[in-house]
Design a protein around this ligand. Structure first.
Ligand code: 6R9
Length: 657
């Protein structure tokens, strides 16, 4: 499968001719200029050594990369630092203690501003509290919290004492928690009585209680933050209230310097099959790249910007671009607890207006939802403070990109479409807002110091205009160090497909300018009558039709064509799902956009699509539906009732040509 899309669709994809130059004032004052690419190309390790000096080290590293035992990398190995000191104390010491670190906005409308000086006290108290509970350097602590400031404080408190955190999404089940806690052998779980979601307090502690009650649990203490005030079951001796324990701690805590390779966190990727993979990240290299990319890609000016990343802390985006990158850079940021439609569909824009947000980082799934809700909603708010828009999580369809630019970015804000993974730790491919002439739908180019390319089945680099697999050809500072407890699986999963190269699992192409287009997971690529067709392209063709807000496409087994394309679509506000003419129209639209081979055999209008908590469409489940199979593992699904709704659609007669 060297070519992950058919040539017909490739030709059409490359027809994207819209280009957007960076605004002149942004380009003139940008943190990073085109020179960075040249500098990193001439001396990649020297470039990263220089970025590492943006951090404050207790012992400066003399060695940049140790790649003597690939694929096991060590970055800045003889350096020592404290990650929490870098994210908090040093800003206070530099005289910025009064700067707001976090503007917290609770879903019910409560808010809290936390300065860097206050954050330092909170993190210090929490570090002392964890120490009192017996947590030591090298231990693991699980964090199962809603989007409240204590989530960030918990992560930083672990980092401060050299313990690794393992954040588990607040929506996961007791089973998922138990598996992750057991795999990481965590001593303590930090949770809360609950959080607010869709206007109601939702409970969290029962799932933790259930997980910890299992026989082999390693958990000695459950630390409970009070958020909603709801009643919780209590196990004396094991359970401890966060406020009771932290309030009696000293706000003084001397941060110890740890090795650059000290584990910082484990984060489990859902993984479609088998046991979740515990992705291990360490300290110095991870923080270097998280901080540098946040500075470069968002052009962050800490004195004047108000940054908002809408991700959940349980996703890697929350780790690198809520906690570590922004705080290492001394940013002021917004943190929001709830959902975008509570209490109304303009909530995000109300928050942008209220805090004067200048940099917004969100996901294509959110953007497509806003498209579905209609242009008039953001139009009611003052979004003029915005200057840069980011996207992450999935390929962004060109029409969603255009919608984002026009309706949120007033046709002037550059969009940075950032490709990266839990495994890469930080951004890898993205435009630079003051440098790159952007193209709707393309992540474009590897960042300075990063080496990415597209190869065919035989590991040969494809020429411009060709398609294949995305690979990373050189080690990078924030790369995963291994899969926790399973070095062999680390080698097999990422380093065995192509000798000496990191296999990302994504299909990609290079256009005539050499810019990279991400085409979705290779597991999702469809094979129709001998042609490889990417789900991303058919979905983007559907979303470019005025009646479609969102689409998910899968290949279902088919007697004549091997696989047949089945599309699930969410229609925009006014379109009618029962309109038979519309389905025919959509099929023709895909045919004219991509070529007849890409026409879906069936198109099913649905109200919702199955998504992970980080907003990725779970095509695997739709494939199960399309092939009349029993549903596979649904534990990472946001809302499992979505699948019941979709299954009722199935009896609809297949649409014929
Ligand atoms: C950060 C994050 C990683 C997978 C990745 C790819 C998809 C993420 C993307 C993108 C196209 C982008 N992905 N960003 N695809 N364009 N800008 O999402 O990490 O949850 O581990 O997912 O997400 O398929 O391989 P993670």
């Amino acid at each position: 499968m060297g070519d992950v899309v058919s040539n017909e669709s490739l030709a059409n994809l490359l027809k994207e001719e819209r280009r957007f130059a960076p605004p002149a004032d942004l380009a003139a004052n940008a943190n990073v200029t085109a020179e960075a690419y040249e500098q990193a190309k001439a001396d990649r390790l020297g470039f990263w050594a220089e970025q590492a000096r943006r951090l404050t080290w207790a012992t400066e590293p003399t060695e940049t990369l140790d790649w003597s035992n690939p694929p096991f990398a060590k970055w800045f190995a003889d350096g020592k630092l404290n990650v929490a000191y870098n994210c908090v104390d040093r800003h206070v010491e530099a005289g910025n203690g009064d700067r707001v670190a976090i503007h917290f906005e609770g879903e019910p409308g409560d808010s809290r501003a936390i300065t860097y000086a206050e954050l330092k006290d909170e993190v210090s108290r929490a570090a002392n509290a964890l120490t009192e509970l017996g947590v030591r350097q090298g231990d693991r602590v699980a964090v199962y919290l809603p989007m409240i400031p204590e989530a960030v404080v918990s992560m930083l408190a672990c980092a401060r004492i050299g313990a690794a955190h393992s954040v588990v999404f607040g929506g996961f089940s007791a089973d998922a928690i138990a598996k992750r806690v057991a795999d990481a052998d965590a001593k303590v779980i930090i949770t809360s009585d609950g959080g607010y979601r869709r206007g109601k307090p939702a409970a969290l502690k029962p799932a933790v209680d259930d997980a910890v009650a299992r026989e082999d649990s390693s958990v000695e203490h459950v630390l409970v933050v009070r958020r909603t005030g709801q009643d919780v079951a209590w196990t004396e001796g094991r359970d401890v209230w966060w406020h009771e324990l932290t309030e009696r701690q000293s706000a003084e805590h001397t941060p110890e310097a740890f090795d650059a390779e000290n584990p910082l966190f484990i984060l489990y990727t859902s993984g479609t099959t088998g046991k979740p993979k515990g992705i291990l990240h360490t300290s110095g290299g991870y923080l270097t790249q998280a901080a540098y990319t946040h500075h470069a890609v968002f052009d962050l000016k800490p004195e004047s910007d108000v940054y908002w990343c809408t991700a959940d802390i349980g996703w890697v985006t929350g780790h690198s671009y809520i906690t570590y990158g922004p705080l290492a850079n001394g940013a002021t940021q917004v943190m929001y607890e709830g959902t975008p439609d509570t209490p109304h569909q303009g909530r995000f824009w109300e928050i942008v207006q209220k805090y004067g947000v200048t940099i917004l980082y969100t996901a294509p799934t959110a953007i497509r939802t806003f498209m579905k809700w209609g242009d008039d909603i953001p139009a009611k708010f003052d979004l003029s403070s915005l200057r840069i828009l980011g996207s992450v999580g999935e390929p962004i369809n060109p029409e969603a990109w255009m919608w984002y630019r026009k309706n949120i970015g007033a046709d002037k804000c550059p969009i940075v479409d950032t490709w990266w993974q839990t495994e890469t730790g930080a951004m890898m491919i993205s435009p630079l807002p003051g440098v790159t002439e952007t193209k709707p739908g393309s992540a474009q180019r590897a960042l300075p110091g990063i080496s990415a390319t597209v190869v065919d089945d035989e590991a040969r680099e494809v020429p411009d205009g060709g398609g294949g697999y995305l690979v990373l050809t050189e080690p990078w500072p924030s790369m995963l160090r291994t899969i926790w407890g399973d070095d062999q699986r680390f080698i097999d999963t990422y380093w065995s497909r192509f000798e000496g190269k990191y296999f990302a699992g994504d299909g990609a192409k290079k256009d005539e300018d050499g810019d990279v287009w991400l085409l979705g997971r290779v597991d999702d690529v469809m094979l129709v009558s001998g042609h490889n067709i990417s789900t991303t392209e058919v979905e983007s063709a559907l979303v470019s039709h005025p009646s479609v807000a969102e689409a998910a496409v899968v290949g279902a087994a088919d007697e004549t064509t091997g696989q047949a394309i089945v599309a699930f679509v969410i229609l925009r506000g006014t379109a009618n799902a029962d309109d038979e003419g519309l389905v025919a129209d959509l099929r023709n639209h895909v045919g004219t956009t991509l070529g007849p081979i890409a026409k879906p055999k069936r198109i099913l209008p649905v109200a919702e699509l199955p998504k992970t908590r980080s907003g990725k469409i779970m095509r695997r489940l739709l494939r199960d539906v399309a092939e009349n199979r029993e549903l596979g593992d649904v534990t990472t699904l946001t809302d499992s009732s979505v699948m019941d709704l979709i299954q009722t659609k199935l009896p609809a007669a297949p649409s014929e040509d």
